[in-house]
Design a protein around this ligand. Sequence first.
Ligand code: GCW
Length: 666
Amino acid sequence: LRYRPLSGTAQTAVKAQARGIVLPGAATPTTNAALAELQRGLAGMLGKAPAPEARIADGSLLLATPTRLPALTASDAALRADLAALGEEGYLLRATRVLGHKVTLIAANSDIGLLYGAYAWLRGAAIGSTASVSSAPKLQLRLLNHWDNLDRSVERGYSGQSIWDWWGLPEIKDARYTDYARANASLGINGTVLNNVNSKPEVLTASFIAKTAAVADILRPYGIKVYLSARFSTPLELHETSTADPLAPEVRQWWKNKADEIYKAIPDFGGFLVKANSEGQPGPQDYHRTHADGANMLAAAVAPHKGIVMWRAFVYAPKGAHLDEDRAKQAYEEFKPLDGQFAANVLVQVKNGAIDFQPREPFHPLFGAMPKTPLMMEFQITKEYLGYSTDLAYLGTMYEETLESDTRTGQGAGKTVAQTLSGMAGVANIGSDRNWSGSHFDQANWYAYGKLAWNPQAKAKDIAAEWAALTFGPDQRVVRPIVDIMMVSREAVVDYMTPLGLHHMMGTSHHHGPAPWVDNLERPDWNPVYYHRADRNGIGFNRTASGSNALSQYAPEIARQYADPRTTPEQLLLWFHHLPWDYAMPSGRTLWAELLARYDRGVAETKAMQARWSALKPLIDARRYAEVDQRLTRQVNNAILWRDACIAYFQSVSGLPLPPGVQAPA
Ligand code: GCW
């Protein structure tokens, strides 16, 4: 949404497409938002925005639906068919003739489609792309999840305070709420959960409902619904019931009344997100009920209002968590048997992997395993385990890797993870920092998430190129090297933190920096040693039949393939296998030497990223150049720290010599 001034032929081309803006029919809050955005964008790019006009003329930028302008499709069967294929939210852009005039057409079936189309057209104008476009979202639910607390602290947030100023609401409405809506609508995000999944009962009291309603009013014209995270024991904790048992009539009635109260204030309230019986949160199991009992009780309360319940599958409990159990198995064990038992308006929200947002995880075995239950993907946009907002890691490639994984369920070639989804949620990295996300490059992760929620088959590289051009300008001398940096960045982080399938070795509780040696936490499954299992003989977590057998939760074809280290993808090797240090890797190196090489590669890639950025100095504005440069310096130090600490630790365990030429870390 930068709308940099254009010059030369780029300027002439955009001017010619928008001599006047025409939007037939009555104005609505959404069409007003579209018009305002077009005027803002064109004013930025051309210096002056054309006025809205009543009549279509040559050179009009025409925004129309078949209802607003029946003539649009009356005699154009092809356009009618194209529009019919776009559904409620899709749009198309094309240069065409309408009522005898040459126009640039933004067409859709609804006002929200027109708004999405307006953003898409502005994007094309900014980066010089005039191609015709037809686009419709593949997923219905495209949400952000804020882990924002009511006191404005943000769990795993690295970009300042929460943008939601609960104290000031409902009267005081920060102008950034509208900018937030604009940014999200430009990507097609259509819902947002305002508060942390570690929720508080207060958020469902009358005063917070009024505050939430004020936010909902601001987001509504942009097609964004609000949702809240609900704490399962809310009625009990507010002392309004004597239990939180989901089957108790007083509890069911309380939630029905609560839903009625919320919908009176927010008629299009989206529904609830729930973290239950996980990490100490209350839930139905406290009353010996199942996740389905809990979810269905809430679903019944919101169903009359067309609300939904998103029930998280991120569950793990202290019980039984000793060294020979595997935390990675618990979600599947608890949820798979419930397939078919959830109410129609319940979605189960599953993290991309079975542990916890690690730099690399295999896809979660629940994808493809619950054919009777709509599933949502939960990605983390905020970089809890990938170096916060100090380290540059473009997550588009990570999301893409998960989405295109073949679950080997379904017919024929099987279904990719993307094909098993009904919706997507991204744990937001948005905060009150001036740059919104803690660092410039972290905006790209918000952007890539939104684009992939709209189209889970989109390519991370194309998204990176589009983001870079919109952010730094379309000059290919800038875009190309930036895309190169982005495309290698996440793999570099994997290499210097957790190569070859290692995971969960970050510093305790804060999750930043290396701590593979930690073995004394209150719960064994919090200890890094529980995950890497390195000893004198070898390293890695045996998840095959001779180990935890977590592998059996995958489709038989995958389980068979990964049962053998030789046919397990190298990048997941130590996720599934415990191997001797002298295990022969395909490279010809021993496992020990390969591990050292990966750590070195991570450091080298990070240095190369920094060098590429340095070369861009003359082409980037001074402020952003310096801010990114400082972070890359820090990231190189971070990478070296990770490498040296992990190698020193693993060497102390393995007792192996370092290869010739490698210095023991100080
Ligand atoms: O990744 C872990 C985080 C917790 C988080 C939890 C979850 C909201 O460390 O901070 O709590 O996952 O996803 O529920």
